[in-house]
Design a binder for this molecule. Sequence first.
Ligand SMILES: Cc1ncc(COP(=O)(O)O)c(C=O)c1O
Length: 372
Amino acid sequence: MKSPRSLIRPLVHDLHAYVPGEQPKIKGLIKLNTNENPYPPSPRVLKAVKAAVDSRLRLYPNPTAQVLREKLAKLHGCGPENIIIGNGSDEVLALAVRALVEPSRKPEAKSRKSKSLVQYFTPSYSLYPVLADIHGAVKNAVPLNANFTMPSVAELRRAGVWDFNAALTFVTTPNAPSGRGYATAELEKLCRAMNGVIVLDEAYVDFAREHAMKLAMKHPHVLVARTFSKAYSLCFQRVGYFVGHAELIAALDKIRDSYNVNGLGQVAAVATLEDLKYYRANFRKIISTREELSRALTLLGFRVLPSQTNFILVKPPGGGLTAEDWLQKLREKKILVRWFKYPEVKDYLRITIGTPEEAKALVRATKSILSL
Ligand SMILES: Cc1ncc(COP(=O)(O)O)c(C=O)c1O
């Protein structure tokens, strides 16, 4: 009899799957670990979703998320043909790998290798290498500068490790997990220098000073990824999208599942776009809490990196406790934050910005750990 193991592709055997942040069931826990929004969706969104829960659930949803694409097109000043919606932006990122990158597990001649290359900075969103591995692509992980700024094109050329012909390059902007924002002018220089497709992953951009959406309209090889998860309080519904050249979008559209975006997700996202004022007020609240918490933790001896996102990356003060110890100590006080094992960030904690009350509770817990 065949062992099930022998039936699985070696590539899948060897895969290190993406590890999502914990979703604990413990009561009373303050959850600052997965960059969710502390504020609920707008009342109009809740009403629209509730109103859609009836016998229509037996029907397939609109296969192209037509209404949502039309509304997004209006918002971004493009056509619906420039937009593809995914089951979260994770899905459109995966579609880009599948549609644009040639699988290859063997060492190849340099020109062939570029066609199989998924390229990204480290640290950035840890899903990119997993998507490359699932596809059997070649990875090129290039370090950001030590302070998480992006090397300039000239620096990348000098260092010789960046492939300007890579089939697909991902840039998390603003960066996760550092929170560092990048200027559109700087991103445009990089885009201009690239010959392959470049995805600007703007998952957190609503908390930043500027966005680079215009680059998706201006350059045919630039895709901008957005999500309703973080800024629009809709993680549960899984809706994200790309904006880009109609030909690239059509290629991705060809390989997606017919009904990839669930019906209630479409309803919720459409209603979200009808109440942007509500969300913009939330962005302001979150940014103000971010700045206040950053000041408070700095005063307690933390090194807080400047953030343009809904989280901060902080280095706890010396005093015998590692960042991993802090993760544990805060958990004992019912506050869940995120710690990553990766060498570039293992001395830091990533803290999602919650409500002002949650920020105060975090500061209280921190003082108590420091015995202040
Ligand atoms: C940089 C970045 N991009 C994309 C995503 C995926 O978002 P979603 O699939 O919920 O749209 C995340 C989620 O953590 C992220 O941090």
